[in-house]
Design a protein around this ligand. Structure first.
Ligand code: NAP
Length: 448
C-alpha cells in the first residue's frame, strides 16, 4: 500500500484473515484516530486501560502496536487542502484491518456535493446534483458526506453497525430493572432511506420523477413532495443477517430477531424478513430453528444448542424491549429501525455515554465511541471515556483477546458501582466521587 504522509509502523505485525478466520500476532498493528474535541482526552484514558489489561492478562507477552492515523481536524492540520479524510487513513484501515476511533466533528462545508472518483467538492446546479464532476467528468457525484463517520462507513463498506447494549451495575437508569436488557444490535449500514438518494421538493428531478411514476406506473405523488428512495437489497440484507447469526452461534446467544416494518413496506422491510429466514434455513439449517418450527414441531420447547430465529414488527419491538427485555438477545435490523432502536435501548440502561459501537465489514472493523465531540469540554479532562473504552473491549473480543476484554469490563463495572465516576454520572448518583477522565481511567486500571 502506498502512503503520502504516513510512515510505516516501527514495530508489530499486520492482522491477517485466512479462510474467514482472523490471525492476530502478539503485537498486532492497530491504527487509531484520536478524534476531535474531547477525542484526545478519552483516547488517552482508553489506550492506558487497554494497554494495562493486555499486559496483565498475558503477563506482558502481548502488546498492541498502536499506529496513529488522521481524520477530521487533525487531518486538516497534517494534510491541508480540506482533506478531512485522507486516502492514507482509508488505506491504513484497509491494510491493517482493525482500527479504533474517537468522535469526529461533522464539518459544515461550503460545498454540497463531492465527486467520489477525484474527491472534487462542488456546488449543486440550481440546487440539484451536478450530472458530472467539474474536474474529472465522472458521474459519481454524491451529496457531501453527511458526516465523516458516514464517509468512513461508505468508503470502507463497513456494512454492519454493531451496538451491544447492557446495563452496568450502579449506572442510574430510568427503568426499574435495567439489568434485564442485554442485547446486541446489528444494524444495516449502507442502504434504506440512508442511501442518500433524495430529491428536493419542487426541484426539476423531483418533478420529473413524479411525472414518470404517474406516466409509467399510474402512481400519484403530491406535487409539492420531496422524495427519498428506500432501496433494500438481498445482498445488503443477507450479509448483515449472516453477521448477526454468526455472532449468535459463536457466542451461544439464544435468539436472533429480525426487526422490520414488513406489514406496511412489503418489498423492502418485509423482504428483509423473508430473506433473513431464507438465509437462516439455507446456510444454518443445523444450528437454527425458526419460531414457526418451534411451535409446529417442538410445542414451544426450545431444543438445546439451537439459535431461535424470530421476527418482530419494529413498533412492537420498541414496547417489547421495554416490557419483556429478557426475551431478546441479538437483533438484526435495516438501517433506520436500527438507528432508533440502538438509542432507545441505550437510554433504557442509562444513556448513550456508555454505549460502544463498531462498524464491521468483510475482514475489516472500525470500533468507535458513539457520542460526539462535546466541543465545550475540549481539553478539560472531564468527560466520561466509557463509550470508547467499551468499544475497545469489543475490539479485543474481535481479536479473540477475551481475557483482556473481561478484565476491563469487570474493572469498569467495579469502578462505577464503587461510585467513582466522571461528572455525567456523578450528578445523578448520590454520594459519588467526581473524577477527571484520566483519573477515571487510572481507577479502572487499579480495579483490574
Ligand atoms: P455530543 O458531542 O455527543 O455532545 C452532546 C452532549 O452529550 C454533551 O454536551 C454532553 O452533555 C454529553 N456527552 C457527550 N459525550 C460525552 C462524554 N464522553 N461524557 C459525558 N458526557 C458526554 O453531541 P453534539 O454536541 O450534538 O455534537 C458535537 C459534534 O460531534 C458535532 O460535530 C457532531 O456532528 C459530532 N458527532 C460525532 C459523532 C461521531 O463521531 N461518532 C457522533 C455524534 C456527533 P452535557 O452538556 O449534559 O454535559
Amino acid at each position: 500500500m502506498e502512503y503520502k504522509i504516513l510512515k510505516k509502523p516501527e514495530y508489530g505485525q499486520k492482522i491477517e484473515f485466512k479462510n474467514e478466520k482472523i490471525f492476530v500476532s502478539d503485537n498486532p498493528i492497530i491504527p487509531f484516530i484520536e478524534g476531535d474535541g474531547i477525542g484526545p482526552d478519552i483516547w488517552s484514558a482508553t489506550k492506558n486501560v487497554i494497554d494495562a489489561a493486555v499486559k496483565k492478562a498475558y503477563d506482558g507477552k502481548k502488546e498492541i502496536a498502536w499506529y496513529k492515523i488522521y481524520a477530521g481536524l487533525d487531518a486538516l492540520n497534517k494534510y491541508g487542502n480540506d482533506n478531512i479524510l485522507p486516502e492514507d487513513t482509508l488505506n491504513a484501515i484497509k491494510e491493517y484491518k482493525v482500527a479504533i476511533k474517537g468522535p469526529l466533528t461533522t464539518p459544515v462545508g461550503k460545498f454540497d456535493y463531492v465527486c467520489l472518483k477525484c474527491s472534487k467538492e462542488q456546488d449543486g446546479i440550481d440546487g440539484n446534483r451536478p450530472k458530472k464532476c467539474i474536474k474529472c467528468g465522472a458521474k459519481f457525484i454524491t451529496p457531501r458526506f453527511r458526516s465523516l463517520n458516514v464517509g468512513l462507513r461508505q468508503k470502507l463498506d463497513l456494512y454492519a453497525c454493531v451496538r451491544p447494549v447492557r446495563w452496568f451495575n450502579g449506572v442510574p437508569a430510568p427503568v426499574k430493572k435495567p439489568e434485564k436488557l442485554d442485547v446486541i444490535i446489528f444494524r444495516e449500514n449502507t442502504e434504506d432511506v440512508y442511501s442518500g438518494i433524495e430529491f428536493q421538493e419542487n426541484s426539476n428531478d423531483a418533478k420529473k420523477l413524479i411525472g414518470f411514476l404517474k406516466e409509467k406506473f399510474n402512481k400519484d405523488i403530491r406535487k409539492d413532495s420531496g422524495i427519498g428512495i428506500k432501496p433494500i437489497s438481498i445482498t445488503g440484507s443477507k450479509r448483515l443477517i449472516r453477521k448477526a447469526i454468526d455472532y449468535a452461534i459463536q457466542n451461544n446467544k439464544p435468539s436472533v430477531t429480525l426487526v422490520h416494518k414488513g406489514n406496511i413496506m412489503k418489498f423492502t422491510e418485509g423482504a428483509f424478513r423473508d430473506w433473513g429466514y431464507e438465509l437462516a434455513k439455507s446456510e444454518y439449517r443445523d444450528e437454527i430453528i425458526t419460531e414457526q418450527e418451534l411451535w409446529d414441531e417442538y410445542d414451544g420447547n426450545m431444543p438445546k444448542g439451537k439459535v431461535l430465529i424470530k421476527d418482530r414488527i419494529a413498533d412492537q419491538t420498541f414496547q417489547q424491549l421495554l416490557l419483556r427485555p429478557d426475551e431478546y438477545s441479538v437483533l438484526a435490523t435495516p438501517n433506520l429501525n436500527g438507528d432508533y432502536i440502538s438509542d432507545a435501548c441505550a437510554a433504557q440502561v442509562g444513556g448513550l455515554g456508555l454505549a460502544p459501537g463498531a462498524n464491521i465489514g468483510d475482514k475489516m472493523a472500525l470500533f468507535e465511541a458513539t457520542h460526539g465531540t462535546a466541543p465545550k469540554y475540549t481539553g478539560m479532562d472531564k468527560v466520561n471515556p466509557s463509550s470508547l473504552i467499551i468499544s475497545g473491549v469489543m475490539m479485543l473480543q474481535y481479536l479473540g483477546w477475551n481475557e483482556a476484554a473481561d478484565l476491563i469490563e469487570l474493572a469498569l463495572e467495579k469502578t462505577i458501582s464503587n461510585k467513582s465516576v466522571t461528572y455525567d454520572l456523578e450528578r445523578q448518583m448520590e454520594g459519588a466521587t467526581k473524577l477527571k477522565t484520566s483519573e477515571f481511567g487510572k481507577k479502572i486500571v487499579e480495579n483490574m
